[in-house]
Design a protein around this ligand. Structure first.
Ligand SMILES: Cc1cc2nc3c(=O)[nH]c(=O)nc-3n(C[C@H](O)[C@H](O)[C@H](O)COP(=O)(O)OP(=O)(O)OC[C@H]3O[C@@H](n4cnc5c(N)ncnc54)[C@H](O)[C@@H]3O)c2cc1C
Length: 337
């Protein structure tokens, strides 16, 4: 067990901000994690679990202990005629798992291909794309409780999943570390092709494989989203706001071309935050070293050695102008630390 001091987090956040952790430790097993958590440093400092840092905005140095899982194995634990169950370490890169399942032609994760990050965070964040959320394929989430160092498994229903929400981001935030996630994949592939240009694939369903759908998702994503290896970013900076029917009807009357998704007919409607931001005139705009990505206004980028404050100021200015123009609050999807 090694706990590093004054450790640079530049490689551990996809905005590429040069911030430091007072202490930093990586662990390869649950026992090693327990050992770290029993140390004086862990007991006397605030703790933060991170994955790949692809949804974090460090607002400054972290004056505590940052923990990062290196639990990296993937194991098949059960199987019947229809489903196969895999137990996956929290430190496995999410897309490595997606690729592995695609190679075996097991379906469920293909629409979530190429989402950056690690498996543990995927279960915290309830990642989603192209009509699929990771909770659709989660069976259970294995954790370690920080206060007691006891292991606890949450069944999917206990995780209280919602749009980019879970109990681990809500009531139990900071109380449990995800160590493993158990996934159920379909052995007889069925696909969700309702979103965007994935619809094109539906015309020849007999030729489809999990890998083909995965490849299509990857192509769409590469075209639309900046690769954090080249341009610092954390994906969608804001959540898409969900509004009630009265607000929705008033907006649609004022802006008949407004795109939207029905969440629940006559109850809730989702408005794309990227559209609201673009229509408020922010596309490509810069503030300090931060900017709104030209190809997708929902993404804020580290264009030119941005500081955390550049990004925070830009996000605040965008929220304020969307509120002023549309009367809607947009809230960050990115976790401010
Ligand atoms: C280019 C780009 C595209 C993206 N596209 C999408 C997308 O399509 N859909 C989507 O949903 N997201 C998307 N994201 C956001 C991001 O990929 C996800 O939120 C991802 O799950 C974050 O994983 P991570 O390992 O980087 O977690 P981090 O950013 O390091 O952490 C995220 C949260 O999880 C907590 N956490 C991390 N690991 C653990 C653990 N083991 N136990 C307990 N808590 C933990 C952290 O404390 C933090 O609160 C995108 C990001 C980028 C940069």
């Amino acid at each position: 067990m090694e706990i590093k001091e004054n450790y640079s987090l530049k490689k551990h956040n996809t905005f590429g901000l040069d911030v430091k952790a007072r202490h930093f430790a990586e662990y390869y097993s649950v026992d090693e994690l327990k050992e770290i958590l029993a140390s004086d440093i862990a007991r006397n400092n605030k703790l933060l679990s991170i994955g790949m840092g692809s949804n974090l905005l460090f607002t400054g140095d972290f004056e505590g202990l940052v923990l990062h899982s290196k639990i990296k194995f993937i194991e098949k634990v059960a199987e019947d005629d229809d489903f196969v169950k895999y137990r996956v370490g929290a430190g496995v890169p999410w897309d490595y798992f997606c690729n592995y399942m695609a190679m075996l032609d097991y379906s469920g994760a293909e629409n979530l291909s190429l989402i950056p990050g690690e498996v543990g965070a995927a279960a915290v964040q309830n990642i989603g794309a192209y009509g699929v959320e990771v909770c659709d394929l989660i069976d259970s989430v294995e954790t370690l409780e920080l206060d007691t160092l006891k292991e606890k498994t949450f069944n999917v229903d206990d995780c209280r999943y919602g749009y980019r929400e879970s109990i681990f981001k809500g009531d139990l935030k900071g109380k449990y570390i995800v160590t493993f996630v158990n996934f159920l994949l379909k052995k007889n592939p069925s696909f969700n092709l309702e979103y965007g240009s994935l619809k094109d694939l539906a015309s020849s369903p007999e030729d489809l494989t999990v890998s083909k759908v995965r490849d299509a998702v990857i192509a769409i994503r590469k075209d639309k989203l900046p690769d954090p290896e080249n341009i610092g970013n954390a994906g969608s900076f804001f959540k898409n706001p969900v509004v009630d029917t009265a607000t929705f009807n008033a907006l649609l009357e004022a802006y008949p071309k407004m795109p939207y998704y029905v969440v629940e007919e006559d109850k809730q409607y989702k408005i794309p935050a990227g559209w609201l931001i673009e229509q408020s005139g922010w596309k490509g705009k810069e503030m300090g070293g931060a900017a709104v990505y030209e190809k997708q206004s929902l993404v804020l980028i580290n264009k030119n050695n941005a500081t955390a404050n550049d990004i925070i100021d830009l996000a605040a200015a965008i929220s304020a102008s969307v509120k002023e123009k549309y009367g809607i609050d947009i809230s960050p999807e990115v976790n401010y630390i």
